[in-house]
Design a protein around this ligand. Structure first.
Ligand code: AAM
Length: 327
C-alpha cells in the first residue's frame, strides 16, 4: 500500500474569494510545496509557511501526517505542477503549473501529462494505491471539468461558506473563453482539463489509469475533486472498480449529492469521521466548523486507521499541530 500525493498549482486559486488553502493569496503558491514537506517530514522545511486558512485552520496535511505517524504508510509525491520549490523528494513527470481557467487554455499540455502519469502508475509495484491531491483552487477546476463533461452536482470548498455561485461564473467564463459550452467535452476528458481544469487532474487520472491497468486497487483520496477524477476516468472509457475515500466533513456538506455522484460514476464511497468533536483543540474545532474539510489525501489516510485507533490519531494531531505552532 502506498499513498501517492499529486501536488500542483493553478492560477485559478488567485481569483478573489475562491480558496482558503493559504493565509493570503500571495502565500497560496507555497501551500502544496509545504504540504508535501509536512507529509514527508512532519513540518515545513524549505517552504516559508505552514499552510493555514485566513482564519488559522491548519492544512489537512497535518491530519494526513498524524495518521502516518500512527499507522505508518509509504508515500510517493509527484510534482503535478508545483510553482514554488519543495524540500521533499518528488517524482518529476514534467508537469507544469496551470493557468487561470478563464484563459483560453488552463492546462495546454494535458494530453501529454496524462500518458506520462499513466506510465508512472503502471510501473508502481504496490498492490494498493491511495491517491491524493493538493492544489489550491482545485474545487473550482473540478467544477470546470464536471461542467465540461456534463456531469451534474456541485463541488465542495476549503471555505466554510462555499462560494459556489462565484465558481459557476468563473467556469462559465472559462468555457466561453475556450469556445466551449457545458457538456461539449463529453467523452473527451483531456480536452475538458485542457480548457478548464488543473494539472493535478491529468496526473491523478493518469496514475490511476496506469495502476488499474496492472490490477492495482485504486482509492481516490478526496471529496468532490476526486469525483471529477472519477468522471475523467469514466469518460476515458475506464470501467475498472474505483473507491473514493473522503471525510465526514465533505460528506456532511454534500448530503445526497455525493453518494449520487458515486453511484452514477460506479465508484464505491468510503466516508470516515475522525471524531474531532470529541476534543477541545483549536485545529479540530476549525474542521468541525466546516473549514478545510479535506485535502492532501486526508480522507483516504483516515480510512486506513484501524478500529479503536482514531483517538491515537487525534492525540498525534495535537503533537503535529504543536510542531507547526498551532496550539
Ligand atoms: C490543501 N492544502 C490546504 C488545503 N488543501 N491547506 C489549507 N487548507 C486547505 N483546504 P479550494 O478549491 O477551496 O482551494 O479547496 C481545495 C484545496 O484545499 C486543495 O488544495 C485541497 O488539497 C485542500
Amino acid at each position: 500500500m502506498r499513498v501517492v500525493l499529486a501536488a500542483g498549482t493553478t492560477e485559478t486559486a488567485l481569483i478573489d474569494g475562491i480558496s482558503a488553502a493559504g493565509a493570503a493569496p500571495e502565500l497560496m503558491a507555497h501551500t502544496p510545496s509545504a504540504d508535501v514537506e509536512i507529509l514527508a517530514y512532519g513540518a515545513p522545511t524549505a517552504a516559508p509557511v505552514t499552510p493555514v486558512s485566513p482564519t488559522g485552520c491548519p492544512t489537512p496535511a497535518a491530519v494526513t501526517r498524524a495518521v502516518r505517524e500512527v499507522v505508518g504508510f509509504e508515500v510517493a509525491v509527484v510534482d503535478a505542477g508545483l510553482s514554488e520549490p519543495t524540500g521533499a523528494p518528488t517524482v518529476d513527470l514534467g508537469v507544469e503549473p496551470g493557468t487561470d481557467i478563464r484563459e483560453p487554455e488552463a492546462v495546454p499540455q494535458a494530453s501529454s501529462f496524462y500518458p506520462r502519469a499513466r506510465e508512472y502508475g503502471r510501473t508502481l509495484p504496490d498492490d494498493t494505491l491511495v491517491i491524493g491531491e493538493t492544489v489550491p483552487g482545485g474545487t473550482t477546476t473540478a467544477l470546470g471539468v464536471l461542467t465540461a463533461l456534463d456531469e451534474p452536482g456541485g463541488v465542495s470548498s476549503s471555505l466554510p461558506t462555499n462560494p459556489l455561485e462565484r465558481k459557476r461564473r468563473v467556469v462559465e467564463t472559462g468555457l466561453a473563453e475556450s469556445d466551449l459550452e457545458p457538456g461539449d467535452c463529453e467523452g473527451d476528458p483531456l480536452e475538458a482539463i485542457r480548457a478548464v481544469g488543473d494539472p493535478v487532474q491529468p496526473t491523478v487520472a493518469g496514475i490511476a489509469a496506469g495502476a488499474l491497468e496492472t490490477g492495482t486497487d485504486v482509492t481516490l483520496a478526496g471529496g468532490t475533486q476526486m469525483v471529477a477524477i472519477a468522471a475523467v476516468l469514466r469518460h476515458a472509457g475506464i470501467d475498472a472498480p474505483v473507491t473514493i475515500a473522503t471525510t465526514s466533513f465533505v460528506a456532511d456538506e454534500q448530503g445526497d449529492a455525493l453518494p449520487a455522484a458515486c453511484d452514477r460514476l460506479d465508484c464505491e464511497l468510503r466516508v470516515t469521521d475522525p471524531g474531532f468533536d470529541e476534543r477541545d483543540h483549536v485545529a479540530m474545532a476549525r474542521y468541525c466548523a466546516g473549514e478545510a474539510k479535506e485535502g492532501v489525501a486526508m480522507g483516504g489516510a483516515l480510512s486506513l486507521v484501524p478500529d479503536g485507533r482514531m483517538s491515537a490519531v487525534r492525540d498525534r494531531l495535537e503533537v503535529v499541530c504543536a510542531r507547526l505552532g498551532i496550539e
